[in-house]
Write a protein that binds this ligand. Sequence first.
Ligand SMILES: Cc1cc2nc3c(=O)[nH]c(=O)nc-3n(C[C@H](O)[C@H](O)[C@H](O)COP(=O)(O)OP(=O)(O)OC[C@H]3O[C@@H](n4cnc5c(N)ncnc54)[C@H](O)[C@@H]3O)c2cc1C
Length: 264
Amino acid sequence: MFVLGLVVLNAAITKRFEVTPDLIIFQIKPDTEVPDFSPGQYVALGLPGSAARPSNFPPEAQLPAPDKIIKRAYSIGSPPQQKEYLEFYIAIAPLGALTSRLAMLHEGDRLFMNPKITGTFTLHEVPADHNLILVSTGTGIAPYMSMLRTESSWTPQRRITLLHGARHAQDLAYREELLALAAREPRFTYHAIVSREDPAWHGPRGYVQSFFNDGTIVLDPRVDHVFMCGNPGMIDQTQKYLEAHGYTVHSKRVPGNLHLEKYW
Ligand SMILES: Cc1cc2nc3c(=O)[nH]c(=O)nc-3n(C[C@H](O)[C@H](O)[C@H](O)COP(=O)(O)OP(=O)(O)OC[C@H]3O[C@@H](n4cnc5c(N)ncnc54)[C@H](O)[C@@H]3O)c2cc1C
């Protein structure tokens, strides 16, 4: 454990993988055991304000207090049975207080990880014989990777469909793993869509919500639970459509078939 002023850096980067320079998969090992958690949950990561930022990033309008820890929530992408590390898929914002600092971290570098993992964006309250439609933009695919990598998500009767939208084809993280899963698992379907002009992409163009309008996804609200994660604009727009088609947002008090995780 490394203590900087009052800031405790209690975890270390064990792997850094650049999907692109501004989309990074980090594997992080806490100093203590990897805690138990449920697929879909998140944890806070942090760095002190004094942590370095890349020299080619624009300067910050306001400098954060050097010894204060900047904390943000990140969905876990690894499955609970992975006890060597927790995996995260993080978009780097050059003016973002934390991610501009996370961009500097490499294997062996230390950071803060909240010992408490939390969140209700999980499969706990979805009946075992109901299907999952997992909708994501950008790094919003992370919680679904944890779900898909976990045996208990795969009940015998359940079909799982993953929708992933990104700007460019190269931003479609985990694509090889997902294509391989779709090839070997008849209960799984994977659809990706790219919003920007991209000669490297021969699949559908547009936004992830168009899969609902163009007939790719035909929903039955009695048996299909929809999860949405990532960009709040996508979530608000799709939520309106789904609410007009028999969906209600799930909460602890009022069970529903629509589950939301907005990243900002
Ligand atoms: C429950 C939860 C889980 C989250 N999980 C993830 C995750 O797995 N991966 C991840 O990258 N982010 C995730 N986020 C967002 C994350 O907590 C931070 O908001 C984000 O990393 C920006 O932090 P920052 O300090 O760099 O930027 P700030 O200085 O706090 O600026 C925030 C601004 O950054 C932009 N922004 C925030 N998140 C993203 C994003 N993912 N992609 C593009 N732009 C963004 C928005 O414009 C937002 O207003 C999650 C948020 C929540 C609430």
